[in-house]
Design a protein around this ligand. Structure first.
Ligand code: NAD
Ligand code: ZN
Length: 361
C-alpha cells in the first residue's frame, strides 16, 4: 500500500505493509542520483530486535555505516546529536549520501534533524518502527530537545520516502501500542467519522490493535496527515488541527513525568477534555461518556490528569508555546471531522475541568 505525500518542494511515497522495507532498493534506484553512502541511525533497542531484517535489505553495492543511538526519547539530546554528526563526518558523507532513520518517533526526529543539518541538508529515509511514528515520520518536522523545552531545536526537512514495515510493530509493548494508537484515534476525530466508528467497534482491548485492521487504520491516519501537511507544510494554519487533544495532553504528560504516562496516553486524556470543551463552547453533540469508558476499557489511563489540581494543569498549559496572554489555544470540534482553533479563558477552562472531574466520578 502506498500513500503519496505532496509538499511544496518534495513529493514522496509512504509504503505501508508487511515487508515494506524490502522496497528500499527500488526506492533508492528511483532517486535522481544514486546515494554515494548509506548512514543508518538506529535506536539500539530496535536494532537488537529488527536490525538484521533491515540489514538484509540494504543494497550491497552501496557502502553503508550503522550508528546506534540510545533507545527512545534520550536520543533527542544535543550530546547524541553531536555524536551522530561526528560519526557522519568520520564516515565522510557527502551531499549525495543518505541517512536512514530506524526506530520510533524519537530516533526519526533526531536522524531527520541530523540529515537536515549535515552540510545544510542531505537526503534521508524514514523507517519507522512504532505506531506513533505513522504520525511523526510523515510531514517533515524534525527536532531534538533543549533542557528548556521539548522539540525546541529543529528544522522542516521532508524525507525521500517512508518505509513503514508493519512486521516491526508486534514487538511493541502494550503501553507503546496504546500510546501510538491514540494518534490514530486523533486523526479519526479531526477528519473521518466513519473511521472513528470502525475503531470503536473493532477495538475492545489493547490486544485488538493489530494485523490488517491496524494496517488500514495506519494508512488512513497517514492519508489524513498527508492531506493536512500538503495544505500547510509549515504550520501556519490547518496543521494546528493535529494538536487535537494535545494542549491538555501535554500538561498531563509533563506533570506525570515524561514516560510515566506515555505521550499518546496523555493525548487520550486530552481528547476527552477537548470533547467536553467542544460540548461547552459550541454544543458538540457526541456521547463523550461512552467514548471515555471505551478508552478506559482498552487500557488508557483516562483519569491521569485528575491527580493534579486545575491550577497545576493551567500553569503548565499557559507555559506551553500555544498560549497567548492567559488564554490557552485549543483545537475543538464543531462536529466529528470538523476541527477549529480557539482561545479559551481560564474561567472557561476551570468550568470544563470541573465538569470532566464530575463525569469521571
Ligand atoms: P520512541 O521513539 O521514544 O519509542 C518508544 C520506545 O519503543 C523506545 O524505547 C523504543 O526503543 C521502543 N521501540 C521502538 N520501536 C519498537 C519496536 N518495533 N518494538 C519494540 N520496541 C520498540 O517513541 P514514539 O512514540 O515512537 O515517538 C515519540 C517521539 O515522536 C517524541 O519524541 C515526539 O516528540 C515525536 N513526535 C514527532 C512528531 C513529528 O511530527 N516529527 C509527531 C509526533 C511525535
Ligand atoms: Zn502527539
Amino acid at each position: 500500500n502506498c500513500v503519496t505525500v505532496e509538499t511544496a518542494n518534495k513529493t514522496y511515497p509512504v509504503l505501508i505493509g508487511e515487508n515494506a522495507v524490502q522496497e528500499i532498493s527500488t526506492v533508492l534506484a528511483q532517486m535522481p542520483k544514486q546515494p554515494t553512502r548509506l548512514f543508518v541511525i538506529a535506536d539500539e533497542a530496535v536494532y537488537a530486535l529488527h536490525g538484521d531484517a533491515l540489514k538484509r535489505t540494504l543494497p550491497p553495492n552501496i557502502p553503508s555505516d550503522w550508528h546506534m543511538v540510545p533507545a527512545g526519547e534520550s536520543a533527542k539530546s544535543f550530546q547524541v546529536f553531536e555524536q551522530c554528526l561526528s560519526a557522519m563526518l568520520e564516515a565522510a558523507l557527502d551531499r549525495h549520501s543518505l541517512v536512514i532513520a530506524f526506530g520510533g518517533g524519537a530516533c526519526g526526529d533526531l536522524a531527520g534533524f541530523c540529515a537536515a543539518s549535515y552540510m545544510r541538508g542531505i537526503p534521508f529515509i524514514q523507517v519507522p518502527t512504532t505506531i506513533l511514528a505513522h504520525d511523526s515520520a510523515v510531514g517533515g518536522k524534525t527536532a531534538i530537545n533543549h533542557p528548556l523545552g521539548k522539540n525546541m531545536i529543529g528544522a522542516f526537512h521532508q524525507p525521500e520516502a517512508v518505509l513503514y514495515d508493519t512486521s516491526f510493530l508486534p514487538s511493541l509493548s502494550p503501553k507503546e501500542t496504546r500510546s501510538g494508537f491514540a494518534e490514530v484515534i486523533k486523526h479519526a476525530f479531526i477528519a473521518d467519522e466513519a473511521m472513528l466508528q470502525d475503531i470503536l467497534q473493532n477495538v475492545q482491548e489493547t490486544a485488538d490493535i493489530n494485523g490488517a485492521f491496524l494496517e488500514t487504520c495506519l494508512q488512513k491516519g497517514i492519508e489524513i496527515k498527508g492531506a493536512i501537511v500538503k495544505e500547510d507544510e509549515k504550520e501556519t494554519g490547518v496543521r494546528a488541527f493535529l494538536n487535537f487533544g494535545h494542549t491538555y495532553g501535554h500538561a498531563v504528560e509533563a506533570l506525570s513525568g515524561y514516560g510515566k504516562v506515555a505521550h499518546g496516553e496523555a493525548v487520550a486524556c486530552g481528547m476527552i477534555f477537548a470533547l467536553y470543551a467542544s460540548e461547552y463552547k459550541n454544543g458538540l453533540t457526541y456521547d463523550i461518556p461512552s467514548f471515555a469508558s471505551w478508552l478506559k476499557g482498552v487500557g488508557y489511563p483516562v483519569e491521569a490528569g485528575l491527580r493534579f489540581s486545575f491550577e497545576e494543569v493551567y500553569q503548565v498549559m499557559t507555559r506551553d508555546k500555544k498560549a497567548y496572554g492567559g488564554t490557552v489555544r485549543f483545537v475543538l470540534l464543531n462536529s466529528i471531522g470538523e476541527p477549529y482553533v480557539t482561545d479559551m479563558t481560564k474561567e472557561e477552562l476551570q468550568k470544563i475541568e470541573e465538569h470532566v472531574r464530575k463525569e469521571a466520578d
